[in-house]
Design a protein around this ligand. Sequence first.
Ligand code: FAD
Length: 477
Amino acid sequence: MATEVTPKVALAGFRRILGADAVLTDRDAIAPCLTDHRKLYEGTALAVLRPGSVDEVSQLLAFCNGTRIGVVPQGGNTGYCGGATPDGSGRQVVLSLARLARLRSIDATNHSMIAEAGCILANLQREAEAVDRYFPLSLGSEGSCQVGGNLSTNAGGLNVLRYGMARDLALGLEVVLADGRVLSSLGGLRKDNTGYDLKSLFIGAEGTLGVITAACLKLFPRPRAVATAFVAVRSVAAAVDLLNLLREASGDRLSSFELIPHVAIELTTRHIPGVAQPLAGEYPWCVLCELGSARAADPLDSMLENALRDAMDGGLLDDAALAQNERQRAAFWRLRESIPEAQRHEGASLKHDIALPIASLARFVDEASAWIASNLPEAMLVAYGHVGDGNLHFNVNARAGTDPLRLVARADEVQRVVHDLVASLGGSISAEHGIGRLKVPELERYAPPAKLDLMRAIKHALDPNGIMNPGKVLRSA
Ligand SMILES: Cc1cc2nc3c(=O)[nH]c(=O)nc-3n(C[C@H](O)[C@H](O)[C@H](O)COP(=O)(O)OP(=O)(O)OC[C@H]3O[C@@H](n4cnc5c(N)ncnc54)[C@H](O)[C@@H]3O)c2cc1C
Protein backbone atom coordinates (compact mmCIF):
# COMPACT_ATOMS: atom_id res chain seq x y z
CA MET A 1 0.00 0.00 0.00
CA ALA A 2 1.57 3.33 -1.08
CA THR A 3 1.65 6.25 1.32
CA GLU A 4 3.15 9.58 0.41
CA VAL A 5 4.96 10.95 3.42
CA THR A 6 6.12 14.38 4.58
CA PRO A 7 9.83 15.22 4.22
CA LYS A 8 10.18 14.89 7.99
CA VAL A 9 8.80 11.35 7.98
CA ALA A 10 10.91 10.45 4.94
CA LEU A 11 14.10 11.66 6.63
CA ALA A 12 13.23 9.74 9.78
CA GLY A 13 12.79 6.61 7.63
CA PHE A 14 16.18 7.12 5.93
CA ARG A 15 17.91 7.66 9.30
CA ARG A 16 16.30 4.53 10.69
CA ILE A 17 17.74 2.50 7.80
CA LEU A 18 21.17 4.12 7.45
CA GLY A 19 21.91 5.90 10.71
CA ALA A 20 22.05 9.71 10.86
CA ASP A 21 25.62 10.07 9.52
CA ALA A 22 24.76 8.59 6.13
CA VAL A 23 21.79 10.90 5.51
CA LEU A 24 23.19 14.22 4.32
CA THR A 25 20.99 17.31 4.23
CA ASP A 26 23.42 20.16 4.87
CA ARG A 27 23.10 22.47 1.84
CA ASP A 28 26.81 23.11 1.37
CA ALA A 29 27.74 19.46 1.85
CA ILE A 30 25.25 18.19 -0.71
CA ALA A 31 25.59 21.02 -3.27
CA PRO A 32 28.14 19.16 -5.50
CA CYS A 33 25.67 16.23 -5.78
CA LEU A 34 22.88 18.49 -7.00
CA THR A 35 24.55 19.62 -10.20
CA ASP A 36 26.17 17.77 -13.09
CA HIS A 37 29.75 17.79 -14.33
CA ARG A 38 28.96 20.17 -17.20
CA LYS A 39 26.83 22.44 -14.97
CA LEU A 40 23.89 22.11 -17.32
CA TYR A 41 21.43 21.20 -14.56
CA GLU A 42 20.86 21.98 -10.93
CA GLY A 43 18.29 20.23 -8.75
CA THR A 44 17.18 19.85 -5.17
CA ALA A 45 16.86 16.74 -3.03
CA LEU A 46 15.32 15.60 0.21
CA ALA A 47 18.76 14.21 1.09
CA VAL A 48 21.87 12.58 -0.26
CA LEU A 49 21.88 8.98 1.00
CA ARG A 50 25.12 7.07 1.43
CA PRO A 51 24.34 3.40 2.05
CA GLY A 52 27.21 1.17 3.13
CA SER A 53 25.78 -2.23 2.20
CA VAL A 54 23.55 -3.93 -0.36
CA ASP A 55 21.03 -4.63 2.36
CA GLU A 56 20.80 -0.90 3.11
CA VAL A 57 20.26 -0.13 -0.60
CA SER A 58 17.53 -2.77 -0.64
CA GLN A 59 15.76 -1.32 2.41
CA LEU A 60 16.03 2.21 1.01
CA LEU A 61 14.48 1.26 -2.34
CA ALA A 62 11.67 -0.65 -0.66
CA PHE A 63 10.99 2.43 1.48
CA CYS A 64 11.13 4.84 -1.47
CA ASN A 65 8.91 2.55 -3.56
CA GLY A 66 6.32 2.47 -0.81
CA THR A 67 6.43 6.23 -0.32
CA ARG A 68 6.82 7.14 -4.02
CA ILE A 69 10.09 9.00 -3.51
CA GLY A 70 12.20 9.31 -6.66
CA VAL A 71 15.69 7.81 -6.42
CA VAL A 72 18.58 9.24 -8.43
CA PRO A 73 21.61 6.90 -8.32
CA GLN A 74 24.90 8.75 -8.41
CA GLY A 75 28.39 7.39 -9.04
CA GLY A 76 31.35 9.69 -9.72
CA ASN A 77 28.99 12.33 -11.20
CA THR A 78 31.15 12.68 -14.31
CA GLY A 79 28.35 11.85 -16.77
CA TYR A 80 27.77 14.22 -19.67
CA CYS A 81 23.95 14.03 -19.93
CA GLY A 82 22.67 15.14 -16.52
CA GLY A 83 21.59 11.60 -15.63
CA ALA A 84 22.79 11.74 -12.02
CA THR A 85 21.21 15.11 -11.15
CA PRO A 86 17.85 15.27 -9.33
CA ASP A 87 15.03 17.47 -10.60
CA GLY A 88 13.76 20.60 -8.84
CA SER A 89 10.72 19.00 -7.17
CA GLY A 90 12.42 18.32 -3.84
CA ARG A 91 10.68 14.87 -3.88
CA GLN A 92 13.78 12.94 -4.92
CA VAL A 93 16.84 11.59 -3.14
CA VAL A 94 20.34 11.19 -4.50
CA LEU A 95 21.59 7.68 -3.78
CA SER A 96 25.39 7.85 -3.65
CA LEU A 97 27.24 4.57 -4.25
CA ALA A 98 30.52 5.99 -2.93
CA ARG A 99 30.60 3.80 0.21
CA LEU A 100 29.99 0.57 -1.70
CA ALA A 101 33.57 0.51 -2.89
CA ARG A 102 34.98 -2.89 -1.96
CA LEU A 103 36.74 -5.21 -4.35
CA ARG A 104 35.01 -8.38 -3.17
CA SER A 105 37.29 -10.82 -4.96
CA ILE A 106 39.70 -11.13 -7.84
CA ASP A 107 40.31 -14.41 -9.65
CA ALA A 108 43.34 -14.39 -11.95
CA THR A 109 42.59 -17.94 -13.09
CA ASN A 110 39.03 -17.14 -14.17
CA HIS A 111 40.20 -13.76 -15.49
CA SER A 112 37.51 -11.97 -13.49
CA MET A 113 36.92 -9.74 -10.48
CA ILE A 114 33.86 -8.85 -8.43
CA ALA A 115 33.78 -5.14 -7.65
CA GLU A 116 31.19 -3.08 -5.85
CA ALA A 117 29.54 -0.30 -7.82
CA GLY A 118 31.34 2.54 -6.04
CA CYS A 119 34.85 1.37 -6.97
CA ILE A 120 36.73 4.09 -8.85
CA LEU A 121 37.66 2.86 -12.32
CA ALA A 122 41.38 3.69 -12.03
CA ASN A 123 41.58 1.73 -8.75
CA LEU A 124 40.16 -1.34 -10.46
CA GLN A 125 42.72 -1.05 -13.26
CA ARG A 126 45.45 -1.07 -10.56
CA GLU A 127 43.88 -4.02 -8.72
CA ALA A 128 43.93 -6.04 -11.94
CA GLU A 129 47.55 -5.10 -12.58
CA ALA A 130 48.49 -6.28 -9.08
CA VAL A 131 47.53 -9.85 -10.08
CA ASP A 132 49.16 -9.51 -13.51
CA ARG A 133 45.88 -9.00 -15.33
CA TYR A 134 44.40 -6.14 -17.37
CA PHE A 135 41.05 -4.37 -17.02
CA PRO A 136 40.79 -2.49 -20.32
CA LEU A 137 38.02 0.05 -19.66
CA SER A 138 39.76 3.43 -19.85
CA LEU A 139 38.27 6.95 -20.02
CA GLY A 140 39.47 10.49 -19.39
CA SER A 141 37.41 10.52 -16.17
CA GLU A 142 38.82 7.24 -14.81
CA GLY A 143 40.25 8.90 -11.69
CA SER A 144 36.74 9.79 -10.47
CA CYS A 145 34.07 7.81 -12.33
CA GLN A 146 32.80 4.60 -10.69
CA VAL A 147 32.32 1.22 -12.25
CA GLY A 148 28.59 1.29 -11.41
CA GLY A 149 28.33 4.53 -13.38
CA ASN A 150 30.41 3.05 -16.21
CA LEU A 151 28.04 0.11 -16.50
CA SER A 152 24.94 2.25 -16.12
CA THR A 153 26.06 4.47 -19.01
CA ASN A 154 27.62 1.56 -20.94
CA ALA A 155 30.77 3.67 -21.15
CA GLY A 156 33.11 3.29 -24.11
CA GLY A 157 36.44 5.10 -24.01
CA LEU A 158 39.82 4.41 -25.49
CA ASN A 159 39.98 0.62 -25.90
CA VAL A 160 36.61 -0.27 -27.40
CA LEU A 161 38.10 -1.27 -30.73
CA ARG A 162 39.80 -4.27 -29.14
CA TYR A 163 37.88 -4.99 -25.91
CA GLY A 164 34.38 -3.56 -26.42
CA MET A 165 32.19 -1.25 -24.34
CA ALA A 166 31.45 -1.64 -20.60
CA ARG A 167 28.64 -4.08 -21.53
CA ASP A 168 31.16 -6.42 -23.16
CA LEU A 169 33.25 -6.44 -19.99
CA ALA A 170 30.48 -7.53 -17.60
CA LEU A 171 30.05 -11.22 -16.84
CA GLY A 172 27.30 -10.56 -14.31
CA LEU A 173 25.70 -7.98 -12.05
CA GLU A 174 24.16 -7.58 -8.64
CA VAL A 175 21.21 -5.20 -8.89
CA VAL A 176 18.70 -3.91 -6.37
CA LEU A 177 15.30 -3.65 -8.04
CA ALA A 178 12.89 -0.77 -7.49
CA ASP A 179 10.93 -2.78 -4.89
CA GLY A 180 14.05 -3.72 -2.95
CA ARG A 181 14.56 -7.27 -4.24
CA VAL A 182 18.14 -8.20 -5.09
CA LEU A 183 18.95 -9.87 -8.41
CA SER A 184 22.41 -11.42 -8.53
CA SER A 185 24.48 -13.08 -11.26
CA LEU A 186 28.02 -12.79 -9.93
CA GLY A 187 29.07 -16.39 -10.61
CA GLY A 188 31.68 -15.41 -13.19
CA LEU A 189 30.30 -17.77 -15.85
CA ARG A 190 31.15 -17.13 -19.46
CA LYS A 191 28.37 -19.36 -20.66
CA ASP A 192 24.88 -19.18 -19.16
CA ASN A 193 21.96 -19.51 -21.53
CA THR A 194 19.26 -19.93 -18.92
CA GLY A 195 16.63 -17.63 -20.37
CA TYR A 196 16.69 -13.86 -20.94
CA ASP A 197 19.96 -12.01 -20.38
CA LEU A 198 18.58 -9.77 -17.63
CA LYS A 199 21.89 -8.16 -16.70
CA SER A 200 22.01 -6.49 -20.11
CA LEU A 201 18.81 -4.58 -19.30
CA PHE A 202 20.55 -2.69 -16.50
CA ILE A 203 23.68 -1.89 -18.49
CA GLY A 204 23.16 1.46 -20.20
CA ALA A 205 19.85 1.97 -18.34
CA GLU A 206 21.29 5.01 -16.53
CA GLY A 207 19.71 4.06 -13.21
CA THR A 208 16.14 3.99 -14.56
CA LEU A 209 15.54 0.28 -13.90
CA GLY A 210 17.40 -0.47 -10.66
CA VAL A 211 20.61 0.20 -8.75
CA ILE A 212 23.73 -1.73 -9.72
CA THR A 213 25.51 -2.61 -6.48
CA ALA A 214 28.27 -4.91 -7.80
CA ALA A 215 29.57 -6.45 -11.00
CA CYS A 216 31.64 -9.41 -12.06
CA LEU A 217 34.05 -8.00 -14.63
CA LYS A 218 36.25 -9.63 -17.27
CA LEU A 219 40.01 -9.41 -17.02
CA PHE A 220 42.56 -10.05 -19.77
CA PRO A 221 46.24 -10.95 -20.05
CA ARG A 222 48.29 -7.80 -19.50
CA PRO A 223 49.67 -6.13 -22.62
CA ARG A 224 53.44 -6.62 -22.40
CA ALA A 225 54.34 -5.00 -25.70
CA VAL A 226 52.88 -1.67 -26.80
CA ALA A 227 53.62 0.55 -29.79
CA THR A 228 52.13 4.01 -30.12
CA ALA A 229 52.29 6.57 -32.91
CA PHE A 230 51.06 10.07 -33.60
CA VAL A 231 50.33 10.31 -37.29
CA ALA A 232 49.38 13.18 -39.62
CA VAL A 233 46.78 11.80 -42.04
CA ARG A 234 45.78 13.49 -45.30
CA SER A 235 42.03 13.51 -44.56
CA VAL A 236 39.32 11.77 -42.55
CA ALA A 237 38.88 9.33 -45.44
CA ALA A 238 42.63 8.58 -45.25
CA ALA A 239 42.25 7.99 -41.49
CA VAL A 240 39.59 5.35 -42.18
CA ASP A 241 41.84 3.68 -44.78
CA LEU A 242 44.73 3.75 -42.28
CA LEU A 243 42.48 2.14 -39.65
CA ASN A 244 41.81 -0.81 -41.91
CA LEU A 245 45.43 -1.07 -43.01
CA LEU A 246 46.64 -1.16 -39.38
CA ARG A 247 44.07 -3.76 -38.35
CA GLU A 248 45.23 -6.07 -41.11
CA ALA A 249 48.95 -5.39 -40.83
CA SER A 250 48.95 -5.95 -37.06
CA GLY A 251 46.82 -9.09 -37.03
CA ASP A 252 44.15 -7.08 -35.18
CA ARG A 253 46.47 -5.93 -32.40
CA LEU A 254 45.14 -2.37 -32.78
CA SER A 255 43.63 -1.28 -29.45
CA SER A 256 43.12 2.48 -29.97
CA PHE A 257 42.64 4.72 -32.96
CA GLU A 258 41.79 8.31 -32.06
CA LEU A 259 41.19 11.12 -34.55
CA ILE A 260 42.57 14.50 -33.45
CA PRO A 261 42.10 17.68 -35.51
CA HIS A 262 44.70 20.44 -35.66
CA VAL A 263 42.47 22.74 -33.61
CA ALA A 264 42.57 20.27 -30.69
CA ILE A 265 46.38 20.28 -30.73
CA GLU A 266 46.32 24.06 -30.81
CA LEU A 267 43.87 24.23 -27.85
CA THR A 268 45.64 21.65 -25.67
CA THR A 269 49.12 23.11 -26.21
CA ARG A 270 47.77 26.60 -25.44
CA HIS A 271 45.64 25.76 -22.38
CA ILE A 272 47.14 22.68 -20.73
CA PRO A 273 50.57 23.05 -19.11
CA GLY A 274 53.09 20.48 -20.28
CA VAL A 275 51.26 19.45 -23.48
CA ALA A 276 53.60 19.77 -26.47
CA GLN A 277 53.24 19.53 -30.27
CA PRO A 278 53.87 15.88 -31.16
CA LEU A 279 54.86 16.59 -34.79
CA ALA A 280 57.06 19.33 -36.25
CA GLY A 281 54.57 20.49 -38.90
CA GLU A 282 50.93 21.57 -38.75
CA TYR A 283 48.40 19.18 -40.28
CA PRO A 284 44.60 19.40 -40.44
CA TRP A 285 44.02 15.86 -39.09
CA CYS A 286 46.08 13.53 -36.92
CA VAL A 287 45.56 10.07 -35.49
CA LEU A 288 46.84 8.63 -32.22
CA CYS A 289 47.05 4.87 -32.67
CA GLU A 290 48.27 2.08 -30.44
CA LEU A 291 49.02 -1.61 -30.88
CA GLY A 292 49.13 -3.92 -27.88
CA SER A 293 50.02 -7.56 -27.35
CA ALA A 294 50.20 -9.90 -24.38
CA ARG A 295 53.39 -11.40 -25.86
CA ALA A 296 56.41 -9.40 -24.78
CA ALA A 297 58.36 -10.68 -27.80
CA ASP A 298 55.88 -9.37 -30.38
CA PRO A 299 57.80 -6.87 -32.55
CA LEU A 300 55.08 -4.23 -32.42
CA ASP A 301 57.34 -1.23 -33.05
CA SER A 302 58.59 -2.62 -36.33
CA MET A 303 55.09 -3.84 -37.22
CA LEU A 304 53.73 -0.32 -36.72
CA GLU A 305 56.67 1.35 -38.43
CA ASN A 306 56.36 -0.87 -41.51
CA ALA A 307 52.60 -0.38 -41.70
CA LEU A 308 52.98 3.40 -41.44
CA ARG A 309 55.66 3.35 -44.16
CA ASP A 310 53.24 1.46 -46.43
CA ALA A 311 50.54 4.00 -45.59
CA MET A 312 52.87 6.86 -46.45
CA ASP A 313 53.80 5.20 -49.75
CA GLY A 314 50.07 4.81 -50.41
CA GLY A 315 49.53 8.55 -49.91
CA LEU A 316 47.49 8.24 -46.69
CA LEU A 317 49.76 10.20 -44.39
CA ASP A 318 52.30 13.01 -44.33
CA ASP A 319 54.25 12.46 -41.14
CA ALA A 320 54.41 10.15 -38.12
CA ALA A 321 56.16 10.00 -34.75
CA LEU A 322 56.56 6.68 -32.97
CA ALA A 323 56.72 6.91 -29.17
CA GLN A 324 60.32 5.99 -28.28
CA ASN A 325 59.62 5.41 -24.61
CA GLU A 326 56.85 5.37 -22.00
CA ARG A 327 57.29 9.11 -21.30
CA GLN A 328 56.64 9.98 -24.94
CA ARG A 329 53.69 7.61 -25.10
CA ALA A 330 52.20 9.23 -21.99
CA ALA A 331 52.70 12.67 -23.56
CA PHE A 332 50.73 11.63 -26.68
CA TRP A 333 47.90 10.31 -24.51
CA ARG A 334 47.94 13.37 -22.28
CA LEU A 335 47.29 15.53 -25.31
CA ARG A 336 44.36 13.35 -26.35
CA GLU A 337 42.84 13.16 -22.87
CA SER A 338 43.17 16.91 -22.26
CA ILE A 339 40.99 17.89 -25.20
CA PRO A 340 37.72 18.24 -23.16
CA GLU A 341 39.50 20.32 -20.51
CA ALA A 342 41.17 22.53 -23.11
CA GLN A 343 37.80 23.10 -24.77
CA ARG A 344 36.36 24.18 -21.42
CA HIS A 345 39.19 26.72 -20.99
CA GLU A 346 38.48 28.16 -24.43
CA GLY A 347 34.75 28.67 -23.85
CA ALA A 348 31.28 27.14 -24.05
CA SER A 349 30.77 24.28 -26.43
CA LEU A 350 27.89 22.52 -28.12
CA LYS A 351 28.63 18.81 -27.80
CA HIS A 352 27.42 15.99 -30.02
CA ASP A 353 28.45 12.44 -29.13
CA ILE A 354 27.62 10.58 -32.30
CA ALA A 355 28.38 7.28 -34.00
CA LEU A 356 28.37 6.55 -37.70
CA PRO A 357 29.00 3.57 -39.91
CA ILE A 358 32.75 3.88 -40.49
CA ALA A 359 32.22 4.13 -44.25
CA SER A 360 30.12 7.29 -43.76
CA LEU A 361 32.47 9.13 -41.38
CA ALA A 362 34.28 11.18 -43.99
CA ARG A 363 31.07 12.22 -45.71
CA PHE A 364 29.56 13.25 -42.38
CA VAL A 365 32.59 15.34 -41.41
CA ASP A 366 32.69 17.04 -44.84
CA GLU A 367 29.00 17.95 -44.87
CA ALA A 368 28.64 18.90 -41.22
CA SER A 369 31.87 20.95 -41.20
CA ALA A 370 30.78 22.83 -44.32
CA TRP A 371 27.48 23.73 -42.62
CA ILE A 372 29.26 24.96 -39.47
CA ALA A 373 31.76 27.00 -41.51
CA SER A 374 29.07 28.83 -43.45
CA ASN A 375 26.51 29.20 -40.65
CA LEU A 376 28.70 29.76 -37.58
CA PRO A 377 31.86 31.33 -38.95
CA GLU A 378 32.77 32.81 -35.55
CA ALA A 379 32.77 29.37 -33.84
CA MET A 380 35.46 26.72 -33.79
CA LEU A 381 34.77 23.12 -34.77
CA VAL A 382 36.52 20.54 -32.55
CA ALA A 383 35.63 17.15 -34.05
CA TYR A 384 37.64 14.38 -32.47
CA GLY A 385 37.18 10.97 -30.97
CA HIS A 386 37.24 7.22 -31.02
CA VAL A 387 37.09 6.94 -34.78
CA GLY A 388 38.09 3.29 -34.69
CA ASP A 389 34.59 2.73 -33.24
CA GLY A 390 32.87 5.16 -35.63
CA ASN A 391 32.45 7.53 -32.66
CA LEU A 392 33.00 11.26 -33.07
CA HIS A 393 32.70 14.01 -30.48
CA PHE A 394 31.50 16.66 -32.91
CA ASN A 395 31.81 19.75 -30.75
CA VAL A 396 31.31 23.35 -31.72
CA ASN A 397 33.26 25.66 -29.44
CA ALA A 398 33.00 29.38 -28.74
CA ARG A 399 36.34 31.11 -29.33
CA ALA A 400 37.96 32.79 -26.33
CA GLY A 401 36.86 36.42 -26.13
CA THR A 402 33.56 35.89 -28.00
CA ASP A 403 30.16 35.95 -26.32
CA PRO A 404 29.37 32.29 -25.51
CA LEU A 405 25.66 33.07 -25.22
CA ARG A 406 25.48 33.83 -28.95
CA LEU A 407 26.68 30.30 -29.65
CA VAL A 408 24.49 28.71 -26.99
CA ALA A 409 21.45 30.47 -28.52
CA ARG A 410 22.04 28.45 -31.70
CA ALA A 411 22.34 25.11 -29.85
CA ASP A 412 18.98 23.64 -30.92
CA GLU A 413 19.47 24.60 -34.55
CA VAL A 414 22.99 23.12 -34.67
CA GLN A 415 21.85 19.95 -32.91
CA ARG A 416 19.03 19.48 -35.41
CA VAL A 417 21.36 19.80 -38.40
CA VAL A 418 23.97 17.47 -36.89
CA HIS A 419 21.50 14.82 -35.68
CA ASP A 420 19.44 14.89 -38.90
CA LEU A 421 22.59 14.26 -40.89
CA VAL A 422 23.65 11.49 -38.49
CA ALA A 423 20.22 9.85 -38.78
CA SER A 424 20.20 10.12 -42.58
CA LEU A 425 23.55 8.28 -42.67
CA GLY A 426 22.33 5.48 -40.37
CA GLY A 427 24.22 6.67 -37.27
CA SER A 428 23.41 7.14 -33.58
CA ILE A 429 22.73 10.40 -31.70
CA SER A 430 24.38 8.96 -28.58
CA ALA A 431 27.44 6.82 -29.09
CA GLU A 432 28.72 6.43 -25.53
CA HIS A 433 27.43 9.18 -23.21
CA GLY A 434 23.82 8.00 -22.98
CA ILE A 435 20.55 9.93 -22.92
CA GLY A 436 20.20 11.14 -19.32
CA ARG A 437 18.02 14.19 -19.14
CA LEU A 438 19.75 16.00 -21.97
CA LYS A 439 18.70 13.85 -24.90
CA VAL A 440 15.22 12.64 -23.92
CA PRO A 441 13.52 14.67 -26.69
CA GLU A 442 16.17 13.57 -29.20
CA LEU A 443 15.61 9.90 -28.37
CA GLU A 444 11.86 10.42 -28.82
CA ARG A 445 12.49 12.04 -32.18
CA TYR A 446 14.91 9.52 -33.67
CA ALA A 447 14.17 6.14 -32.03
CA PRO A 448 11.80 3.82 -33.90
CA PRO A 449 8.34 3.80 -32.24
CA ALA A 450 8.53 0.05 -31.59
CA LYS A 451 11.76 0.53 -29.65
CA LEU A 452 10.24 3.30 -27.51
CA ASP A 453 7.14 1.17 -26.84
CA LEU A 454 9.28 -1.74 -25.67
CA MET A 455 11.47 0.50 -23.53
CA ARG A 456 8.36 1.93 -21.81
CA ALA A 457 6.98 -1.58 -21.26
CA ILE A 458 10.24 -2.74 -19.69
CA LYS A 459 10.36 0.35 -17.49
CA HIS A 460 6.80 -0.28 -16.33
CA ALA A 461 7.48 -3.96 -15.63
CA LEU A 462 10.56 -3.29 -13.52
CA ASP A 463 9.56 0.00 -11.94
CA PRO A 464 5.76 0.27 -11.99
CA ASN A 465 5.74 3.26 -9.63
CA GLY A 466 8.33 5.16 -11.63
CA ILE A 467 10.67 5.84 -8.69
CA MET A 468 13.93 4.98 -10.47
CA ASN A 469 15.63 8.09 -11.83
CA PRO A 470 12.37 9.67 -13.00
CA GLY A 471 12.49 11.64 -16.26
CA LYS A 472 15.85 10.23 -17.39
CA VAL A 473 16.08 8.30 -20.67
CA LEU A 474 12.25 8.18 -20.86
CA ARG A 475 9.87 10.99 -20.00
CA SER A 476 8.05 10.38 -16.68
CA ALA A 477 4.63 8.78 -17.30
C1 FAD B 1 37.01 14.17 -18.81
C2 FAD B 1 35.93 13.19 -19.14
C3 FAD B 1 36.16 12.23 -20.11
C4 FAD B 1 35.16 11.30 -20.42
N1 FAD B 1 35.42 10.38 -21.37
C5 FAD B 1 34.49 9.45 -21.65
C6 FAD B 1 34.75 8.44 -22.63
O1 FAD B 1 35.80 8.41 -23.27
N2 FAD B 1 33.78 7.53 -22.85
C7 FAD B 1 32.58 7.54 -22.18
O2 FAD B 1 31.75 6.65 -22.41
N3 FAD B 1 32.31 8.50 -21.26
C8 FAD B 1 33.22 9.44 -20.99
N4 FAD B 1 32.95 10.40 -20.06
C9 FAD B 1 31.61 10.45 -19.41
C10 FAD B 1 31.54 9.75 -18.03
O3 FAD B 1 32.77 9.76 -17.37
C11 FAD B 1 31.04 8.34 -18.17
O4 FAD B 1 29.71 8.38 -18.62
C12 FAD B 1 31.08 7.50 -16.87
O5 FAD B 1 30.76 6.17 -17.21
C13 FAD B 1 30.10 7.98 -15.80
O6 FAD B 1 30.41 7.32 -14.58
P1 FAD B 1 30.03 8.01 -13.17
O7 FAD B 1 30.39 7.07 -12.09
O8 FAD B 1 30.61 9.35 -13.08
O9 FAD B 1 28.45 8.09 -13.30
P2 FAD B 1 27.46 9.28 -12.91
O10 FAD B 1 27.77 10.48 -13.72
O11 FAD B 1 27.41 9.44 -11.45
O12 FAD B 1 26.08 8.65 -13.41
C14 FAD B 1 25.82 8.41 -14.76
C15 FAD B 1 24.45 7.73 -14.91
O13 FAD B 1 24.48 6.42 -14.34
C16 FAD B 1 23.57 6.31 -13.23
N5 FAD B 1 24.27 5.53 -12.20
C17 FAD B 1 25.47 5.79 -11.63
N6 FAD B 1 25.82 4.79 -10.81
C18 FAD B 1 24.80 3.88 -10.83
C19 FAD B 1 24.56 2.63 -10.20
N7 FAD B 1 25.45 2.09 -9.38
N8 FAD B 1 23.40 1.98 -10.48
C20 FAD B 1 22.50 2.49 -11.33
N9 FAD B 1 22.67 3.68 -11.96
C21 FAD B 1 23.81 4.36 -11.72
C22 FAD B 1 23.23 7.73 -12.83
O14 FAD B 1 21.94 7.82 -12.26
C23 FAD B 1 23.33 8.45 -14.17
O15 FAD B 1 22.13 8.27 -14.89
C24 FAD B 1 33.90 11.35 -19.75
C25 FAD B 1 33.68 12.34 -18.77
C26 FAD B 1 34.67 13.24 -18.46
C27 FAD B 1 34.40 14.26 -17.40
